[in-house]
Design a protein around this ligand. Structure first.
Ligand code: GH3
Ligand code: MG
Ligand code: MG
Ligand code: MG
Ligand code: MG
Length: 313
């Protein structure tokens, strides 16, 4: 065992801080009045947001591309296109269709408010804006948007990460592991003879197996282990550091646990399932995602060829 160093402590504290600190969101304020932009920025001071101002309504599309905001505060009366026109444009852009848009305007008439929502607004505030109310509304919109994004990254059946968000996180994790000189294990899991499970016991029973796999991977692995539904009845797990060394044991325990479960088929019959897995480890098997996946896949193939219900590493 290596002694615990000051560097370890710094890293541990950093991890705690980053884990607690939600990612800073970006708010774009579009208002032709610079004082209004400044006032909104000041009102949001101290929130976990970065505020970017834009005074020219013709620059909205460019500003979206440049700043990639999580929320838009929009004025109504501007020279050129009105805030309503701009909101309709935002709603017509596939990439920004779901961007939270809050109108902030001096107009308080009901016709204006109705027009705002017809243009696609999410919320409407009148100037002078009450600071606490603005903060509360912005916070609530951002939180909602974050949950929507999070759900979009996960598979509905198993609750595990989808392939793309998984790969994004994995690339970051691999670079980290390499920098810190830590190993990283990648395991590819594939349910054995799953087509037969569906054929013999019904698709719904098959779905229940996949759901159970998702729960098992969620329970037996840690959030930082990155668990993904790769597709169909295939899953990928990435384990970092000391857990990479014991990846095989962890997977063997998971396999044993799955093997003990009784599933119910569509005629009330009970059945059991197994999986096969291939493990590849960085840096021995390579230091990029593609190399690891290739090795893990070869070993998974070997596990299948050698009779299934096996883990090859
Ligand atoms: P092997 O042991 O070689 O992996 O055989 P297998 O039958 O598991 O492999 P194969 O790739 O031939 O079949 C996978 C099956 O998984 C085929 C497909 O219909 C089924 N499948 C994929 N996604 C789902 C799903 O979401 N639900 C259910 N019930 N079945 C699925
Ligand atoms: Mg104005
Ligand atoms: Mg398969
Ligand atoms: Mg299979
Ligand atoms: Mg197959």
């Amino acid at each position: 065992q290596r002694p615990f160093t000051a560097q370890d402590l710094t890293e541990a504290v950093e991890r705690m801080v980053t884990a607690q600190r939600p990612e800073r969101s970006r708010v774009l304020v579009l208002d032709d009045d610079p004082d209004a932009v400044r006032a909104l920025g000041a009102a949001l001071l101290g929130e976990q947001v970065e505020v970017v101002g834009q005074g020219d309504p013709y620059c909205l599309v460019d500003a979206l591309a440049e700043h990639r905001p999580d929320l838009l505060l929009l004025d109504v009366e501007m020279p050129g296109p009105s805030g309503f026109d701009l909101c309709r444009i935002v709603r017509s852009m596939p990439e920004w269709r779901e961007l939270p848009v809050l109108f902030v305007t001096a107009h308080s008439g009901v016709d204006f408010r109705v027009a705002a929502f017809q243009a696609g607004a999410d919320d409407y505030l009148t100037k002078p804006v009450l600071r606490e109310e603005l903060r509360a509304r912005v916070r609530s919109r951002l939180e909602r948007a974050r949950l929507t994004r999070e759900r979009a990254e996960r598979d509905a059946l198993t609750g595990l990460l989808l392939r793309r968000p998984f790969l994004e996180r994995l690339r970051i994790r691999m670079a980290e592991a390499q920098r810190q000189g830590k190993p990283l294990a990648l395991a590819l899991l594939d349910v054995d003879r799953f087509k037969q499970v569906n054929d013999a016991h019904g698709h719904l029973a098959g779905d229940r197996v996949l759901m159970r796999m998702g729960r098992l991977l969620a329970a037996r692995f840690r959030e930082e282990d990155l668990r993904c539904r790769w597709g169909g009845e295939e899953f990928v797990v990435a384990l970092l550091g000391e857990r990479a060394e014991s990846a095989r044991d962890i997977l063997a325990r998971t396999a044993a646990e799955l093997g003990r479960l009784d599933f119910e088929g569509d005629k009330g019959e009970s059945f059991r399932v197994t999986f096969s897995a291939g493990i590849a480890v960085a840096p021995q098997d390579g230091t990029d995602v593609e190399a690891l996946l290739r090795h893990a896949d070869e070993r998974l193939y070997r596990a299948k060829a050698n009779g299934r219900n096996r883990i090859e590493s």
